[in-house]
Design a protein. Structure first.
Length: 68
């Protein structure tokens, strides 16, 4: 399960790099663009997946301590 944490962190770093690259090549405007919404949604999804994984690992370790 700890491998999932590494994958999620790598994906978050990649998304931030891709988002910065996409913003660099688009014109600067004052309103929200669809690509900003897309990267925001995907980043949030990956972040909440990472949180869920951390909660599951924590609950699993706690359950194993109670059983042993």
């Amino acid at each position: 399960m700890e491998g999932r944490i590494g994958v999620a962190i790598t994906v978050l770093l990649t998304l931030s790099t891709e988002s910065a690259g996409a913003r660099e090549h688009l014109p600067s405007v004052s309103y929200l663009k669809a690509v900003d919404l897309w990267f925001g949604f995907i980043t949030g999804f990956v972040f909440f997946t990472l949180l869920q994984t951390l909660f599951v690992i924590g609950f699993d370790k706690r359950a194993n301590q109670l059983v042993c």
